[in-house]
Design a protein. Structure first.
Length: 388
């Protein structure tokens, strides 16, 4: 049975460019930190990938330390958050500002900061719209870090982090600004400069690269003023900011995927928008509730609430037909608590329990959208309803 994969916010299939780059890199076994020829061969590959990922982020002539490869997006955000809050000289202020619907990689880090006595302010994102004025008001107190996601992984809401980061920098340039752009990278246009971000997290497996590779962009000023320390201390790889021998093969795949995705991003985004609009039109005709952000949104995500059918029941029904979607966020689908993203979106626990996320890549087709809608209609007509 051919798989119809509509869960691209969870992960994406490898693109041919990434596969080819990784296959080639498998022949290069040197340790990139070694000074001999074998090591330098690997080092050259790393830096080529660094240039490619940086270019896809709109950063030309990337300087050493400006793009740090990590084991995933989660680790890149941990480096951003713990690395800046615990940097010496003593941080500026005791306050950290974030949103109420961050991915667990950021939210769980925030809980640790709270346990360590920092004040964490979570700005509301009602109906998928960030309360920028509340964020600006929160900046009245000295703030060490503002960490906000660009695109929500469950609803596709595209937050106006640029306005908040600009306000933070205007208020006090010592405040560090971090954006988790894992779902925004190559989906919405931005550069670190355009959003006033000192730090930007990206991840390879959301852009048709391999799993287990991420990166953190770091503005040169942060490095110059030593406002970040490593989260993983050790041998001093990655300009001393991320120890551990680099995953050269995976990083090469990331570089190739970023380069390929950057070249086709406009066309890809237009295609994903068209697919999402087609799905939206059909769901509207079917009378299905959709959780659409009231303002800007990324092209690849659509969240919907089924009429009194558990998302897990529908997910299994669709999966039996080879159609892959997600119930809420795939990263947290093993837990039973109501997703903060959907709660912030105004959904009750019952509605959240009946919500599905459909997420596209440029590889999806209109036929796949039509097959999904046909299967959803069948499921809605036949599956057991839960009582409210
Ligand atoms: N941030 C967001 C918004 C995500 O959607 C994800 C993964 O789903 C992550 C961070 C974590 O990325 P990784 O799986 O590379 O750790």
């Amino acid at each position: 049975m051919p798989i119809k994969y509509l869960d691209n916010s969870a992960t994406t299939p490898l693109c041919p460019e990434a596969k080819a780059a990784m296959t080639e890199a498998m022949e290069v076994f040197g340790n990139p930190s070694s000074l001999h020829a074998a090591g330098q061969e690997a080092h050259t590959l790393l830096n080529l990938a660094r240039t490619r990922v940086a270019a896809a982020l709109g950063v030309k002539a990337v300087k050493p330390g400006e793009l740090i490869f990590t084991s995933c997006g989660t680790e890149a955000s941990a480096l951003a958050i713990f690395g800046t809050v615990y940097a010496k000289p003593r941080r500026f202020g005791n306050r950290v500002i974030t949103t109420d619907c961050e991915h667990p990689s950021v939210e769980e880090a925030m809980k640790r900061l709270e346990a360590d006595g920092l004040e964490v302010v979570r700005i509301p994102t009602k109906d998928g719209v960030l309360d920028v004025e509340a964020a600006i008001a929160a900046l009245e107190q000295p703030t060490v870090l503002v960490s906000m996601m660009m695109v929500n992984n469950e609803t596709g809401a595209h937050f106006d982090v640029a306005r908040v980061f600009a306000a933070a920098k205007a208020k006090d340039s010592r405040t560090v600004t971090h954006c988790d752009a894992v779902q925004g990278f190559l989906k919405v246009p931005f550069t670190p400069v355009s959003i006033h971000a000192d730090l930007v997290t990206v991840s390879a497996h959301k852009i048709h690269g391999p799993k287990g590779v991420g990166a953190l962009y770091i503005h040169p000023d942060i490095i110059k003023t030593k406002r970040i320390i490593p989260y993983l201390p050790g041998g001093g790889q990655e300009s001393g900011l991320r120890s551990g021998t680099e995953n050269v093969i995976g990083i090469c795949g990331f570089g190739a995927a970023a380069q390929a995705g950057f070249a086709t991003r406009a066309r890809d985004c237009a295609h994903m928008t068209a697919l999402r609009d087609r799905l939206e039109g059909k769901l509207r005709d079917m009378g299905v509730q959709m959780n659409l952000p009231a303002a800007a949104r990324a092209p690849h995500v659509l969240n919907l609430t089924l009429p009194d059918i558990k998302s897990q029941t529908m997910l299994n029904f669709l999966s039996a037909k080879g159609i892959c979607v997600s119930s809420g966020s795939a990263c947290s689908s093993h837990s039973t608590h109501v997703s903060p993203s959907l709660a912030a979106f105004g959904l009750s626990a019952h509605e959240a329990d009946c919500s599905l996320r459909v997420s596209f890549s440029a590889r999806n087709t209109e036929d796949e959208v039509d097959a999904l809608c046909e299967a959803l209609e069948q499921g809605i007509g036949t599956l057991v309803r839960i009582r409210r």
